[in-house]
Write a protein that binds this ligand. Structure first.
Ligand code: FE2
Length: 281
């Protein structure tokens, strides 16, 4: 019997200052790790005022996670301890595997509108100390599928017969940017066991079978398990990001930019930062 995924939880998050003073909405975070496993955090940016974000995120470490930055609009300069340097621009995605350790800075530049997200994806215990790497996925590397009132950018995983720009090296991840015309319906088959949530960027939609509850933008919606996901766009149409992956079900020990499995591993990471041995050759 097929089961369409039902709404489990609607989350709005809280406005916070992070980095050197970047105003963002922490949509999911520390308190959500059990339900959103393997996803740890989602920060959302939507600003037309550069003062909200140009202080940026100066040099800081990460270990044990992947950070996935997807910009619908904006300009973020980045550089890292591996010697990479670049810019994330409109429609681009930076998929960074922190692994054993990376130092980087992420500095948003003034633009007409900064609109996007940063997702933290947990690494499985066996891959926490893997080699760090950046994957710069430019707009042209992300396939777009247009059909029946929908435009789907396949950032990761696959949609219909189209393979995304990446599959996720450690956690197989589905990441889609979905735009639907007003009142159009859209559905996909889903891995029954996988965690699936969306973040509504613009517009609104209905996710229940009787089309009673309209959910508007700037909210994340977590769904129960099931083998399909269905939505009907409201009169305004909708644009949302969809993320899905199998839960890791491993212990989490989280300290700021570092996420390990145990307290000892976390303490060791901070000791290594202090004594200069954090970055592995
Ligand atoms: Fe970072």
């Amino acid at each position: 019997m097929s089961t369409t995924r039902q709404i489990r939880k609607i989350v709005t998050g809280t406005t916070q200052l992070d980095g050197a003073g970047v105003k963002l909405v922490r949509v999911i975070g520390h308190d959500d790790t059990k339900e959103f496993d393997p996803f740890l955090m989602l920060d959302a940016f939507d600003s037309r005022n550069p003062d909200d974000y140009t202080k940026g995120f100066p040099w800081h470490p990460h270990r044990g996670i992947e950070t996935v930055t997807y910009l619908i609009a904006g300009d973020i300069e980045h550089s890292d301890s591996l010697g990479n340097k670049g810019r994330i621009l409109d429609g681009c995605c930076q998929w960074m595997t922190a692994g054993s350790g990376i130092l980087h800075q992420e500095m948003p530049q003034p633009s007409e509108r900064m609109l996007g997200v940063q997702l933290w994806l947990n690494l499985p215990r066996k891959n926490k100390m893997t080699h760090p790497q950046y994957r710069d996925i430019t707009d042209s590397m992300i396939p777009k599928v247009q059909q029946d009132g929908s435009t789907v950018a396949v950032i990761a995983g696959h949609y219909k017969d189209t393979q995304g720009a990446t599959q996720g090296d450690y956690v197989k991840t589905l990441a889609l940017d979905v735009q639907l015309e007003p009142k159009s319906q859209w559905n996909i088959p889903t891995d029954t066991e996988a965690t699936l949530f969306i973040y509504i960027v613009e517009g609104a939609g209905y996710f229940d079978a009787d089309r009673q509850t309209m959910i508007e933008s700037h909210r994340a919606v977590l769904f129960d398990q099931g083998d399909s996901f269905a939505i009907q766009a409201a009169d305004s149409g909708i644009r949302f990001l969809l993320f899905s992956g199998l839960p890791l079900r491993e212990p989490i020990s989280w300290g700021g930019p570092i996420v390990m499995n145990t307290r000892e591993e976390l303490q060791q990471a901070f000791r290594e930062i202090d004594n200069g041995t954090f970055i592995k050759k």
